[in-house]
Ligand binder design. Structure first.
Ligand SMILES: Nc1ncnc2c1ncn2[C@@H]1O[C@H](COP(=O)(O)OP(=O)(O)OP(=O)(O)O)[C@@H](O)[C@H]1O
Length: 306
């Protein structure tokens, strides 16, 4: 059963074509990661899903309802963590939550939600003007969870969170999925997407360049990368060496990390990489290979921008 269906969705802002005609189906119960470099069109897509803005063309359905025809029915089933949430300075955290519970006609217990997101009751009793970014983000997540929504839309959910907060966020995403909710989230923090997403979409300049599981992205190799080669050299790698390797066919990204040269490449390009290093005068001490990380895949699919 489908939670979200976008058909040929396009959006123009004057001369700017933010989305070029996107087709996307997300199943109920999926955790779906939405990735793309700055300006790719992620926020525009979320705004269209929530009917904050109209698509220039195409249809958008959430739980089989056309978002344009029944925006209220859709929004009642959606919990939203907006990007850059700023609480009202004079209201306490708890008051924000109580307001959200009342507005949603929900019966959640504020204390349970506060505990779930890790905002202690003392902090929740203070006006939000003194909240750190992470506290505001935890509050925003608690508000998104009100009413046990069928669909959670989280726009850059880890903004401002410390490592404990990030872990809590991940646990909550999994708990929500286990409850049967669909989770759609956009993020630049690729490790987090990799840790929780069942599938991902990669958006580039308003077009979807990949929609798959992370393993599927590796397997199809459409992005031209399925391996990560870490080479330990006797001498620290020079910029000339890095450039020479980066110019090889089948290589999409080369970085220097902890004195190693880390090369994202096609599996069949690994030997050529080692040969090139030797030809350029480098001495390989050891090397290890790994599956491509989501970051490698992202760079390969989006041409280096992040
Ligand atoms: N209100 C607007 N008016 C004009 N252009 C806009 C507007 N909103 C977005 N755009 C343009 O649409 C394109 C997509 O922007 P969008 O904010 O959706 O990208 P994004 O992927 O969310 O980026 P980021 O990761 O930086 O938040 C960009 O070229 C942006 O400049």
């Amino acid at each position: 059963m489908t939670a979200i269906a976008l058909q040929n969705v396009a959006k123009r802002y004057g001369d700017v074509r933010a989305l070029h005609g996107i087709d996307l189906e997300i199943e109920r119960g999926e955790v779906f990661g939405f990735l793309g470099p700055n300006g790719a069109g992620k926020s525009t897509t979320i705004d269209i899903l929530l009917h904050y803005t109209h698509p220039t063309a195409g249809t958008v359905e959430v739980f089989d309802h056309d978002v344009t025809e029944t925006p209220v029915a859709v929004r009642e089933r959606v919990g939203i963590l907006p990007e850059g949430f700023a609480p009202f300075e004079t209201m306490t955290g708890r008051e924000h939550l109580e307001y959200a519970i009342e507005a949603n006609d929900a019966d959640d217990d504020p204390d349970t939600l506060l505990e779930r997101v890790g905002l202690d009751t003392e902090a929740a009793a203070r006006p939000a003007r003194g909240y750190s970014k992470g506290m505001a983000q935890r509050l925003a997540l608690a508000m998104a969870l009100v009413g046990k929504p069928d669909l959670l839309i989280l726009d850059e959910p880890s903004t401002g969170l410390d490592p404990h907060g990030v872990r809590r966020m991940r646990e909550i995403v999994r708990e929500e999925r286990d409850r049967g909710a669909t989770v759609f989230f956009s993020s630049h923090i690729l490790e987090q997407v990799e840790a929780v997403a069942d599938r991902v979409a990669i958006l580039r300049a308003g077009e979807l360049v990949a929609v798959d599981t992370i393993d599927g992205l590796r397997a199809t190799g459409d992005g031209g990368v399925d391996a990560e080669l870490a080479v330990d050299l006797a001498d620290s790698p020079t910029e000339e060496l890095r450039t020479a390797v980066a110019g090889l066919e089948g290589v999409s990204d080369v970085t220097k990390r902890n004195g190693h040269l880390v090369v994202a490449c096609r599996d069949d390009a690994k030997v050529a990489v080692l040969d090139e290093i030797r030809d350029a005068g480098g001495t390989v001490r050891t090397f290890s290979t790994d599956e491509a990380s989501l970051e490698d895949l992202f760079v390969a699919y989006t041409g280096g921008s992040r």
